[in-house]
Design a protein around this ligand. Structure first.
Ligand code: FE2
Length: 282
């Protein structure tokens, strides 16, 4: 039985890694990849095809686009990493996605991001709280989403690079609010080897509509998450498996005259009320 000894030898070959965690992770990776080869009875042709797939993925990858990151997403690995690193007791995390930008501008709490562009006005508000429901003062929210045409600024030269994204600092009572637009479903990039794999597998290439949010506050574990409008398509078929319990939010019509007057918008507008819960750092 040469196979177990190949696996054992390959696992043992990492036992002298200078970083013990590297040795542990590589040994486990070898163990499970070998088990996959054995269980699937992978043929040489299939193995070569897999290598060719990785070569094509490398060829299309550059600083603007990472096909391996997309591969991780559509295999559900990115979401599994989220799940296993999620601390107990806080709002569920979700995938970061490829369109986060570190240089979003700090805007006042209560900013209107929607301006005069097309789309359904949506008032997003709530509080940032700890595990006991107590407000966390002055937490920072980093927010981004796609426009009414389904595109992010990075995909659409017609949009200002800062369109529909911002950072805001919550008030002392943990409250935040901003005026934005209803987000829309969009497809992952389909023009590379991952797209070909999705097509060959008969897989959906769409993500449900979502707001992206990162919440951070000193002394608390940072939260990277998404909020999904409850009436969006693809909630039960997200191609990167990012939808979690507790992150699906109703977009409800509101006739609140004070909010309408403050933003100078007609009623009804859409409203999302969502509280984020952060977990203290260990
Ligand atoms: Fe997104």
């Amino acid at each position: 039985m040469p196979q177990p000894s190949v696996t054992e030898a390959a696992m043992r070959s990492f036992s002298q890694a200078s970083d013990p965690r590297l040795g542990q992770v590589m040994a486990l990776l070898v163990k499970h990849l070998h088990a996959f080869v054995a269980e699937s009875r992978l043929t040489k042709e299939e193995w070569l095809r897999g290598l060719e797939f990785l070569t094509q993925s490398a060829a299309i990858t550059d600083t603007e686009r990472n096909e391996f990151s997309l591969l991780s997403d559509i295999l559900g690995i990115s979401s599994m990493v989220d799940v296993v690193s999620q601390p107990e007791g806080g709002t569920a995390s979700s995938v970061l996605g490829p369109f986060h930008n570190h240089d979003s501008v700090l805007r006042p709490n209560g900013v209107d991001l929607s301006g005069d562009q097309p789309g359904q006005k949506t008032w997003l508000h709530g509080r940032v709280l700890d595990g006991q429901g107590r407000p966390i003062a002055h937490a920072e929210i980093d927010f981004w989403q796609n426009a009414d045409n389904g595109l992010y600024p990075a995909q659409d030269p017609a949009q200002d690079p800062q369109n529909l994204r911002c950072k805001i600092r919550c008030d002392a009572d943990g409250s935040y609010n901003l005026l934005t637009l209803r987000p829309h479903p969009y497809t992952v990039p389909t023009d590379g080897p991952v797209g070909a794999l999705l097509a060959a597998s008969g897989r959906n290439v769409w993500r449900p509509a979502h707001f992206h949010v990162i919440v951070s506050a000193p002394g608390y574990v940072g939260l990277v998450t998404e909020l999904f409008p409850a009436d969006s398509a693809y909630l039960d078929n997200d191609t990167v498996f990012g939808v979690r319990d507790g992150l699906i939010v109703p977009l409800q019509p509101s006739h609140n005259p004070k909010v309408a007057a403050r933003f100078g918008i007609p009623t009804p507008f859409l409203e999302v009320n969502f509280d984020f819960h952060l977990v203290p750092q260990a």
